[in-house]
Design a protein around this ligand. Structure first.
Ligand SMILES: Nc1ncnc2c1ncn2[C@@H]1O[C@H](COP(=O)(O)OP(=O)(O)OP(=O)(O)O)[C@@H](O)[C@H]1O
Length: 329
């Protein structure tokens, strides 16, 4: 059984195959020459490592925003490079089929753009599956069973909260408060409270290294003094990091509350006994599951592989096309 399961995310792109599992897991970044925007010079980790130090004449591009395609040309260039990298068989004219995950809240136009890009990138038959459905499947949940499941996906650009049941979506909410916004919040906190300017990669590293709230640790961050321009170090205490991220995490909790308010009582009962499933890179933010548990009183299950479960589920859809069919209407 061939084919590709693709999670084209704002922050990361993950690809799996039924035979080999995850075969690509790279940042959704590419570098192009400013004068030649439809040829990728570098993609993924290599391209991402040049953010903040890109030479003149070269442009770093993030092909997706908030989980959807905003510029067809850069998305086509990126997906073509990804498909080429994972399917060397194309040299012999083989066009792989694919299931691509798409935000549950994507518009028909955004879905069509993704299908178009997939075909132009050399994919044969493209199916789309909502990300929370793929994520649930990748975590071993059957999205066709007559039982409600609530999936909280905290990605790079958006947090999506979706209740699914029996091949359909019960309720859905999303907000632009996710990984990028958490990184941004730390960047601004450092700028305003410590007068230090850090690069995007440093702000993200500070977020990933956020110490456990109950361990009372601290974190050293390096940047440029906003007043003198000199290099400087700052020590961030645990409470400060939690404070800097509080407004963003509160926004995610608020969106989750709205989604729960839309759920019928029977479905709430399922969620209370099953718990919430948290997927996406943001699921690994320290203290997040505790915060959600305290806010809602439901059990919170963090996916075992939050960064790859959506691609794993999209790959599983190649073997279970009935899931794609059920959630495509
Ligand atoms: N240990 C961690 N703690 C906190 N955040 C993390 C951790 N690891 C990764 N992240 C964040 O997760 C985000 C990426 O998650 P993911 O790959 O699920 O997003 P995506 O699917 O590309 O985005 P989207 O769903 O918005 O399209 C990044 O913002 C990254 O900084």
């Amino acid at each position: 059984m061939g084919g590709l399961g693709i999670d084209l995310g704002t922050a990361n792109t993950v690809v799996g195959t039924p035979d080999d599992g995850i075969v690509l897991n790279e940042p959704s970044f590419m570098l192009v020459r400013t004068k030649e925007p439809n040829r990728a010079l570098a993609i993924g980790t290599e391209a991402r490592s040049l953010v903040g130090r890109t030479p003149i004449g070269i442009t770093p591009v993030r092909p997706l925003r908030d989980g959807v395609i905003v510029d067809l040309e850069s998305a086509r260039t990126f997906v073509t490079a990804i498909v080429k990298r994972v399917s060397p068989g194309r040299r012999y004219g083989v066009r792989p089929k694919a299931v691509i995950s798409v935000p549950a809240g994507a518009t028909p136009l955004e879905r069509r753009a993704l299908l178009e890009v997939g075909h132009e990138a050399g994919l044969r038959k493209v199916g789309l599956v909502p990300e929370p459905v793929a994520g649930a499947l990748g975590c071993g949940i059957n999205p066709l069973e007559p039982r409600a499941h609530l999936v909280v996906d905290i990605g790079g650009g958006t947090s999506e909260i979706t209740a699914i049941c029996f091949g359909g979506i019960l309720s859905h909410r999303s907000c632009r408060l996710a990984g990028d916004e958490l990184t941004n919040a730390l960047y601004h906190y450092l700028r305003e409270e410590h007068n230090i300017v850090v690069g995007e990669l440093t702000a993200e590293r500070a977020k990933l290294g956020a110490p456990d709230t109950d361990e009372g640790q601290s974190l050293v961050v390096e940047g440029r003094d906003a007043a003198t321009g000199r290099a400087r170090f700052v020590t961030l205490e645990t409470e400060e990091i939690v404070d800097a991220l509080r407004a963003t995490t509160a926004g995610i909790v608020h969106t989750l509350t709205e989604c729960l308010e839309d759920l019928p009582p029977q479905a709430i009962g399922d969620v209370m006994s099953e718990g919430l499933l948290v997927i996406g890179g943001g699921a690994m933010l320290r203290g997040l599951s505790q915060l959600l548990e305290e806010a809602f009183g439901f059990p919170v299950k963090t996916a075992e592989r939050p960064l790859t479960c959506v691609a794993e589920g999209a790959t599983a859809c190649l073997v279970h096309p009935e899931v794609v069919a059920a959630y495509s209407s």
